[in-house]
Design a protein around this ligand. Structure first.
Ligand SMILES: [Ca+2]
Ligand SMILES: [Ca+2]
Ligand SMILES: [Ca+2]
Length: 411
């Protein structure tokens, strides 16, 4: 039998809940305020309670949370008039809980401490951390599944400090996350973090998102001011909004699907990384592969790595740069750029009468008559052996007789 208990207390001593399975409604004019002990303590034996906070809960100092929950399956609803202010606003340790905040939670150290706890946090109100280097929501030990949804304001030195486990975060249209660090994800190898941002992450001086060794999948449909560091793992960033910052994929094979050119800072040897983008783009160092998306006429330029470069349905200029690059134009009228000392490149889908090869930088090979064509299986190898034995273009699925001077540009 579930009892609904109306709590109208106004007291300076701890309000203790030690019975299970009830609904406690803290009335709007209720308050519990302590010096350092928990203001409201749900003891370990008192599982399955619902707390609806319409009044004020607070403590002045001390390491105990103002709302200290030691019981499993607690549902906490901070209603609009609800207000929690302390060193640590709400604290949960190794328990499962469901927290919905529509009110105001403020902690000097942290607004909500989810120490090893699993469950769900939905914020429609405000969660703030006051002091330097503190986070509004902090999960300080590894845990299992955790789902966080924000439609309100989360602010502090840092917004969210989470352990990944299996983390899903949804930041809605009205979500605002402010801080020097927006989200810190202390993930381990094998952890996953899935984040969708529809709102604003504003972290002008630091990281909007800074993750660890786990696998991150981050979709941005909102606005991000600040840098992103994905750390280890095969990470994926899909930008469909506005992103103003630097991005680093760290180790692993990372994929960035971008709307516009951004600053990419890949670690040396950070896996095989790929960028998909619909506009002219030059691969930054240590990003290997580039695919143009959509149908806009755009150019793709590689770097000193062996690149896989793929054009889109539009007319593309595709230049692999040095090392052994693999170039594909896709549809449209594409121009493949080959410069002296570029090494041996392969063109996979040359279309006669449609695509062209521009040859640059040679002194002796500057007309069609200067080119050497050698049959190589189903392919044709265009060689520049007179000048540099390492330079050639392998054009797949062609016959020597297919080529004429209209296929080439020089200079
Ligand atoms: Ca990575
Ligand atoms: Ca194309
Ligand atoms: Ca290259």
């Amino acid at each position: 039998m579930v009892d609904t208990i109306l709590v109208g207390v106004q007291q300076f001593t701890t309000f203790t809940i030690n019975q299970s399975g009830n609904i406690y409604i803290f009335l709007p004019d209720s308050w519990v305020y302590t010096a350092s002990d928990p203001a409201v303590h749900v003891t370990g034996a008192a599982g399955g309670n619902v707390l609806r906070i319409r009044g004020t809960i607070g403590s002045a100092s001390g390491s105990d949370p103002a709302l200290d929950v030691d019981a499993e399956d607690t549902r906490i609803v901070i209603e609009k008039s609800g207000n929690i202010t302390a060193q640590i606003g709400i604290g949960l340790e190794d328990v499962s809980a469901d927290i919905i905040n529509n009110g105001f939670i403020s902690g000097d150290l942290t607004g909500i401490l989810l120490d090893g706890s699993v469950g769900r946090l939905i914020n429609n109100g405000q969660i703030a951390a006051a002091s330097a280097s503190s986070y509004a929501v902090s999960q300080s030990t590894a845990s299992g599944d955790f789902h966080l949804e924000n439609h309100g304001v989360i602010s502090g030195y840092g917004g969210l400090a989470l352990e990944a486990g299996e983390l899903t975060v949804t930041l809605g249209r009205s979500s605002r996350i402010y801080g020097v660090i927006g989200m810190l994800v202390s993930s381990q190898s094998g952890d996953t973090a899935e984040v969708v941002n529809h709102g604003l992450m504003s972290n002008a001086a630091g990281y909007a998102y800074n993750s660890g060794a786990g696998r991150d999948t981050f979709t941005n449909r909102g606005t991000i001011f600040g840098d992103i560091n994905f750390g280890g793992g095969d990470d994926r960033f899909i930008d469909k909004g506005r992103f103003e910052g630097y991005i680093s994929g760290g180790t692993g094979d990372d994929l960035f699907v971008l709307r516009k050119g951004i600053l990419v800072d890949e670690n040396i040897g950070g896996g095989t990384d790929s960028i998909r983008i619909g506009v002219t783009f030059t691969l930054p160092e240590e990003v290997e592969n580039l695919r143009l998306t959509g149908s806009r006429n755009a150019n793709a330029t590689g770097n000193a790595d062996a690149n896989i470069m793929i054009g889109n349905a539009g007319d593309n200029r595709i230049a692999g740069g040095t090392a052994a690059d693999t170039l594909s134009g896709g549809g449209g009228r594409d121009t493949f750029i080959y410069a002296k000392f570029d090494g041996g490149d392969t063109i996979t889908d040359f279309k006669q009468g449609q695509d062209r090869i521009r040859i640059e930088g040679f002194t002796q090979f500057n007309s069609f008559a200067d080119l050497d064509f050698i049959k190589s299986g189903n392919n044709v190898r265009i060689s520049f052996a007179d000048e540099n034995g390492a330079d050639f273009i392998l054009v797949e699925n062609q016959k020597i007789g297919d080529f004429d001077k209209a296929d080439f540009l020089f200079g």
